[in-house]
Design a protein around this ligand. Structure first.
Ligand code: ADP
Length: 485
């Protein structure tokens, strides 16, 4: 048998399918989570930087208003700018610059980056619009930096001023990008680890299925004793292996049964053939008496063969849905008809014990066949003029209406040890005396009882007699067609 990592295409493809589906879902989940998370972070960053710039301009405006009221409206642009720059505390990524008369004059002592290089100054001056605050991006060292350029004009001083606040967003963007790259690397590593672990775990899980697959391919009708290994776990796969083994057991039993049956059939057919052949070989054709005797023996044996073949064909039908044809049966009429059929079977004291004046759902022909079989046995295994009684009764068993059909004799009886065995095909009791039959009669009776949803039971005492009783539900529901199950 091959191992779990063999070239077992179907189990491998199931494994690959399970794994790839799982990994695809994981990858999709990580991708969506990452995308949403970083999209939100970048958007929030943009909004925050704009809000901070706006806040710096507001702060500048507040200082200007406070000072105007303090100095009674005689504020100079330079003083206001100086006060604003001194009180301003630039954030980690912020810089300020104050212009007087279009020249950069004042800036905080410490700030994130410089705004007073000529190129930036030129950009600020070209952006500046007197009387308004402009939000723009300044290009510093190839980096776009959001900035607010606020025009400052006082009634008390005609020196024009410009207040610039800038926030270096790229730094913060880079940090988010680093975090995104880290997230991607960790996600890929997680996916890889999941794939490896998944490969090992599914390999272990699929191994019994691979074994099963190989077994189903390799087991032939001559190899039914083989079993697949039980993985010993308590999961579906183990249950599958156990059920498969149980199925093999049942098939094995059924097949052994069939083989035994076939060998019994050939054996049973060979006996009359041997007798006929032996008789014909030893018949003296010149002696009319010998020919006549041989002729009689051959006919008897042919009759036996005929009976055997008829019984075999009845038994072969037992599994078929049309073995019994259910119809309403008047049990009183059935008892009368059955009695009139069996009382000619032999010189016995025939009795009828009837207590079932009801209708039942049954197959009257099959029931009569069973009664005739039981009565023929009763005659065969009892002395002339003893009693044989046909019982047809109606009774309630566990709240269900049942019909009982039995045949009681006062014959030789059956030893306890043989009582279960005699229902098997070709089973006979060796010392039962009398002329032996096919050994199929009781098997047919039992099949008829079972097809009626019932059973056949036996009570017997050797030397005193036997009673065979078929019992079945009165409102029999038809046995479902096995094809439809
Ligand atoms: P057979 O054709 O040999 O009678 P059956 O299946 O009808 O086959 O019966 C099987 C065996 O059961 C018989 O060989 C006989 O030994 C025993 N048996 C059946 N019916 C009776 C009975 N009424 N009394 C005693 N033995 C019986």
């Amino acid at each position: 048998m091959k191992g779990p990592f063999n070239k077992d295409l179907s189990s491998r493809s199931v494994r690959v399918r399970i794994l790839s589906t799982m990994l695809a879902f994981m990858a999709g989940g990580l991708l969506i989570a990452g995308f949403v998370s970083y999209y939100v972070q970048f958007t929030v960053l943009d909004d925050r930087v704009n809000a901070e710039l706006l806040q710096e301009v507001d702060e500048f405006q507040r200082i200007a208003e406070l000072r105007q009221s303090d100095v009674g409206g005689n504020e100079s642009t330079e003083d206001l700018m100086r006060a604003a720059i001194q009180s301003a505390v630039p954030g980690e990524h912020e810089s300020f610059l104050a212009f007087l008369d279009d020249r950069p004059q004042l800036k905080p002592q410490e700030q994130a980056f410089e705004l007073d290089n000529p190129d930036t100054v030129e950009q600020i001056l070209s952006t500046h619009t007197p009387g308004s605050t402009i939000f723009t991006h300044l290009e510093i060292n190839g980096e776009a930096i959001p900035a607010a350029v606020a025009s400052v004009e006082l009634y008390s001083d005609d020196t024009p001023g410009i207040f610039v606040a800038a926030n270096r967003i790229q730094n913060q963007r880079d940090q988010i990008w680093i975090s995104a790259v880290t997230y991607t690397v960790v996600s890929l590593a997680t996916l890889l680890a999941s794939a490896l672990v998944g490969l090992v775990v599914t390999g272990k899980l699929m191994r019994p299925i691979g074994d099963l697959r190989n077994a189903t391919r390799e087991i032939t009708i001559d190899d039914l004793e083989r079993r697949v290994p039980d993985p010993g776990t308590r999961d579906d796969v183990a249950a599958l292996a156990q059920n498969f083994n149980r199925m093999l057991e049942r098939i094995h039993e059924g097949y052994a049964h069939q083989r035994q049956f076939m060998s019994d059939v050939s054996h049973e057919l060979r006996t009359p053939l041997t007798i006929i052949r032996g008789t014909l070989e030893t018949t003296d054709l010149s002696d009319p008496a010998d020919v006549s005797e041989g002729h009689e023996i051959a006919l008897d044996e042919l009759d036996r063969m005929n009976n055997l073949v008829t019984d075999l064909s009845t038994l072969a039908k037992t599994g078929r849905p049309d073995f019994v044809k259910f119809a309403p049966v008047d049990m009183a009429e059935f008892a009368r008809n059955a009695m009139s059929r069996i009382e000619h079977l032999g010189p016995r004291r025939w009795l009828l014990d009837f207590g079932a004046d009801v209708m039942a759902r049954a197959d009257e022909d099959r029931l009569t066949q069973a009664v005739v079989q039981l009565a023929a046995n009763a005659v065969r295994y009892s002395e002339p003029h003893t009693t044989i009684e046909l019982k047809v009764q109606h009774m309630s068993l566990s709240g269900r209406s049942m019909i009982m059909v039995g045949v009681r004799d006062e014959g030789i009886g059956i030893a306890k040890a043989d009582q279960a065995r005699i229902f098997e095909r070709f089973a006979r009791v060796s010392d039962s005396g009398g002329e032996s039959g096919s050994g199929l009669g009781l098997a047919i009776v039992e099949a008829i009882a079972q097809a009626h949803g019932g059973s056949v039971s036996l009570t017997s005492r050797p030397g005193h007699g036997s009673t065979f009783t078929i019992i079945f539900p009165q409102d029999n529901t038809p046995v479902p067609d096995p094809e439809e199950r």
